[in-house]
Design a protein around this ligand. Structure first.
Ligand SMILES: Cc1cc2nc3c(=O)[nH]c(=O)nc-3n(C[C@H](O)[C@H](O)[C@H](O)COP(=O)(O)OP(=O)(O)OC[C@H]3O[C@@H](n4cnc5c(N)ncnc54)[C@H](O)[C@@H]3O)c2cc1C
Length: 625
């Protein structure tokens, strides 16, 4: 259905142009050619540079949420030659459609990782492994993500500073959040917490269901304010803000790289898979990068610095392949050790409870079969509105505290969607989650295509820590990802409290108008517990343990005194010259919220650190609106 919709969408664009205004076509084409429109369109795709120089000032590895920002910002300095190497291709028309976010998973734009089975989590997924999608495309995971714009809690960043990272406190990072942002919701633009005029467009989806309105009102009924969760305080409920522009996804490739596409000092090489850094064993300085492009090995050197922005899985992988990592691990694989650092440790992710389902009696949720492709696509293509602009299906956000947390630093986040695993009749969602046939057929098939909604309670600050390790020394082999969910029992206890709160919220007065009730078919492996008991919820959470796709921390930032740190507070790799890591992997602790905006903030600040270090007195950070 989705593919059909897309074909229709593309066809419609043509039909709507051709239609009864056929006469304008030659005129339009002539005009476009005359003005060389495509070349100067600031939203045209970046140019995939075929022939590269042998040397650049800076080489950025990975054009994702952070890397795209770094490359765009560094190339603002006209005398710096910058090369951005990205393993994947560019975005396309499908990636632009917000509602199709889940459909990008397991496609060629996804690294399609899986976690190791532990027997403690992901029990309802095939072979006990969670799917861990990561963007393999220019824009990285900002192209696959659900576009939710959330910054985390101010305490998160004040903690980073307390851990020995000067300059990373809330006051400082707020400047960078605002620098990127172009908020287009007037009610937020004037507050001290939001920016306008930045490269990243942020706004609400122009379409919503009545269920999300009920959700924020229910939060209010439960004693939480309706507020900007990116503002002065976080605890509360809100209609989600997203990184979208005129109803379409605004990835960092679109936001930051497209406007820079004609800069002569920025080269972008797509389909360039980096396999190793070249580091002199004598000077311990990183001087080059090895990569494969269209099957051909190439080496390019950097005059000033190499910036690793390959994300929380691939940045540690590339470091370890290059001899930077835990000595006992990489030397066992026969890789000569350049710097013995705890690369790949400290893996943190937001794990949540998937599959909690509430049924309603009114036709107000997203049921895929009910949407008529033609009018829906017309609304999207012509008016940039309608159900296709929904942020991957997520409409509402809430931040609450359980008995284990406190109001100023909530420990549970709610994602509310006007749909559940049953809403597409088993076509796609069950596959991207990787849930077993037995679980789907027993619990969700009986309510396939019925009106439903969900809350996904999510653990904001897990205590469990996982690892990323090399499987082999072949750079094309996937690393071993041990998410290690629920190794610390505090995590599951907190989530159970989150689940109970979610159920109570669903029983609020405001939801009664829709006849909302919980779907009670028990999970087959949890039948020995009373439905709705703490033990039952624990079993449910361990069965559909849902990542919200936020791995961070594997190249931890910390002071020299911290033996687990990989980079210093200026993001320079310890023990190796000319090398920084700038992406979500440097986060010492996971922020209390979705990680795209924080990764972009890291990109902004990282680029400024480089400018300060190389330009000294000549660099003043710009004033922002
Ligand atoms: C499905 C999904 C949904 C999400 N939803 C949200 C959301 O709604 N809101 C939110 O805030 N966050 C969300 N996130 C998380 C957020 O998108 C990430 O935290 C963020 O994008 C991470 O940024 P990064 O720069 O660290 O890594 P990435 O954006 O993943 O960038 C890494 C880049 O490096 C490239 N690369 C990797 N290895 C190599 C190599 N060897 N050679 C060359 N290039 C390489 C990759 O292809 C990629 O482009 C989601 C993530 C996913 C996957």
């Amino acid at each position: 259905m989705v593919l059909e919709t897309l074909v229709v969408s593309t066809a419609l664009k043509t039909v709507s142009i051709v239609g009864n205004t056929l006469w304008v076509i030659p005129l339009l084409l002539a005009g476009l050619v005359y003005h060389n429109y495509n070349k100067f369109d600031p939203e045209a795709y970046p140019i995939d540079q075929k022939n590269l120089y042998k040397e650049y000032d800076f080489i950025v590895i990975g054009g994702g949420s952070a890397g795209a920002v770094v490359a765009a910002r560094l190339s603002e300095v006209p005398h710096w030659k910058v090369l951005l190497l990205e393993a994947g291709p560019d975005e396309n028309e499908i990636t632009d459609v917000p509602s199709l976010a889940a459909y990008l998973q397991l496609s060629e734009l996804d690294w399609a990782y899986k976690t190791e089975p532990t027997g403690r989590a992901c029990l309802g997924m095939k072979n006990g492994r969670c799917n861990w999608p990561r963007g393999k495309v220019l824009g990285g995971s900002s192209v696959l993500n659900y576009m939710l714009y959330v910054r985390g809690n101010k305490n998160d960043y004040d903690l980073w500073e307390k851990l020995g990272n000067p300059g990373w406190d809330y006051e400082n990072v707020l400047y960078y959040f605002k620098k990127s942002e172009d908020n287009r919701n007037p009610y937020l633009q004037k507050t001290p917490y939001h920016g306008t005029g930045g490269y990243l467009t942020v706004q609400e989806s122009p379409w919503r269901t009545p269920l999300v309105v009920a959700f924020v009102q229910a939060g209010n009924e439960m004693g939480y304010p309706i507020r900007d969760i990116n503002g002065a305080e976080q605890a509360g409920f809100m209609i989600a803000q997203g990184t979208i522009r005129r109803g379409q996804r605004c990835s960092t490739a679109k936001g930051f790289l497209r406007p820079a596409r004609l800069r002569r000092n920025l080269h972008i090489a797509l389909n360039a898979h980096v396999t190793r850094l070249l580091i002199s064993p004598h000077t311990k300085r990183a001087f080059g990068v090895e990569f494969y492009r269209h099957g051909r090995r190439q080496v390019i050197t950097a005059r000033r610095e190499i910036v690793l922005s390959a994300g929380s899985i691939n940045s540690p992988q590339i470091l370890m392949l290059s001899g930077i990592g835990p000595k006992e691990h990489i030397s066992k694989l026969g890789i000569p050790v350049i710097s013995d650092l705890r690369v790949g440790d400290n893996l943190q992710d937001h794990v949540g409870m998937g599959g909690l389902t509430f049924l309603v009696d009114k036709p107000i949720s997203i049921v895929q079969d009910r949407f008529e492709a033609f009018p829906m696509t017309m609304q999207y293509v012509m008016n940039e509105k309608g159900p296709m602009t929904t942020l991957g299906g997520v409409e509402g956000l809430g931040f609450i505290n359980t008995i284990y947390g406190n109001r100023s630093w909530p420990d549970i986040q709610f994602h509310m969607a006007p749909a559940s695993i049953n809403s597409d009749g088993g076509r796609k969602v069950r596959t991207v989650l990787g849930i077993t046939d037995n679980l789907y057929n027993t619990v969700y098939k009986p309510i396939a295509n019925r009106d439903a909604w969900t809350i996904m309670p999510l653990l904001l600050r897990p205590r469990s820590r996982g690892t990323v390790r090399l499987r082999t020394k072949n750079p094309f082999h996937y690393p071993i990802i041990d998410a290690n969910y629920f190794a610390d029992s505090f995590d599951i206890k907190t989530l159970v409290e989150g689940a109970k709160f979610a159920v109570k919220l669903s029983q609020s007065r405001v939801f009664k108008q829709f006849g909302s009730r919980i779907h009670t078919i028990p999970f087959p492996n949890c039948r020995n517990h009373t439905f709705g008991s703490d033990k039952y919820w624990e079993c449910h959470i361990r069965t559909i343990s849902m990542t919200i796709y936020h791995p961070v921390g594997t190249c931890k930032m910390g002071p020299e005194t911290d033996s687990t740190a990989v980079v210093d507070p200026r993001l320079r790799v310890y023990g190796v010259g000319g090398l920084r890591v700038i992406d979500a992997s440097i986060m010492p602790t996971i922020p209390s919220g979705n990680t795209n905006a924080p990764a972009i903030m890291v990109g902004e600040k990282g680029a400024d650190l480089i400018k300060e270090d190389w330009l000294g007195e000549n660099y003043r950070r710009p004033k922002i609106g």
